[in-house]
Design a protein around this ligand. Structure first.
Ligand SMILES: C[S@@+](CC[C@H](N)C(=O)[O-])C[C@H]1O[C@@H](n2cnc3c(N)ncnc32)[C@H](O)[C@@H]1O
Length: 198
């Protein structure tokens, strides 16, 4: 991974510019959006650190793109697919990150169609605690299918809650990697991996 410094001024202006876009979606679709402000650069960095050195990354709920940006910056050689259900946000991601494979579809539909030759990281900003129940259920089922189908893969997920982002099946284990206080609101970064078969 490249060094960990970043330009605070550059980040602050991008963060401020991204705020109205996310607020607009929060008003229109609060359950799907689930955040009042874009993820901070500190949260984005913590997500990328938890991702580790992988060759394949799928980002779910890329939104206004702060995590996308850190992933591209720190894992420049990894293949990457960014998934964002809202058409205008997906379009903004395409304009912002040239050459990025952006899919404007529900996360579970994209995940179910992906096949990788080796371990991949699913890096998610999806708001599981506010998603409509049917969408939450199909998305969790699809993530678990993906992690079983592509051995050695992991889910990196943040949450604003003091508990794991969602209940996972018995063959998976959650592990909290860190708390990020410099985010509004503060967030925990969690990893989900399958348990070794006995
Ligand atoms: C917490 S917000 C975005 C966080 C992002 N890190 C940012 O700072 O902009 C979650 C995003 O997930 C998207 N989303 C929600 N449900 C989705 C789904 N089922 N498939 C794909 N994207 C989804 C929302 O449209 C929203 O942009």
């Amino acid at each position: 991974m490249q060094n960990t410094d970043f330009s605070l001024r550059e980040y602050c202006s991008e963060h401020t510019l991204a705020m109205p876009a996310l607020l607009l979606h929060l008003l229109k679709t609060p359950g799907l959006t689930g955040a009042v402000t874009p993820s901070s650069c500190y949260l984005a960095l913590a997500m990328v650190r938890a991702t580790g050195e992988v060759h394949h990354v799928v980002e779910l709920g890329a939104g206004t793109g702060p995590v996308t940006k850190e992933l591209r910056r720190r894992l420049p050689h990894a293949s990457m697919v960014a998934v964002e259900i809202q058409p205008s946000l997906a379009q903004q991601l395409r304009s912002k990150f040239s050459g990025l494979d952006v899919r404007q579809d529900p996360a579970h539909e994209v995940l179910d169609g992906l096949i990788y030759p080796g371990p991949a990281a699913v890096v998610s900003s999806l708001p599981f605690r506010s998603l409509p129940q049917d969408m939450r259920e199909v998305t969790v089922a699809s993530i678990e299918r993906f992690l079983r189908r592509v051995p050695g893969s992991r889910l990196v997920q943040f949450t604003y809650q003091p508990r794991a982002p969602f209940e996972a099946s018995a063959d998976f284990r959650w592990h909290k990697t860190c708390s990020v206080w410099r985010n509004v609101p503060p967030a925990g970064v969690w990893l989900l991996q399958s348990l070794p078969k006995t």
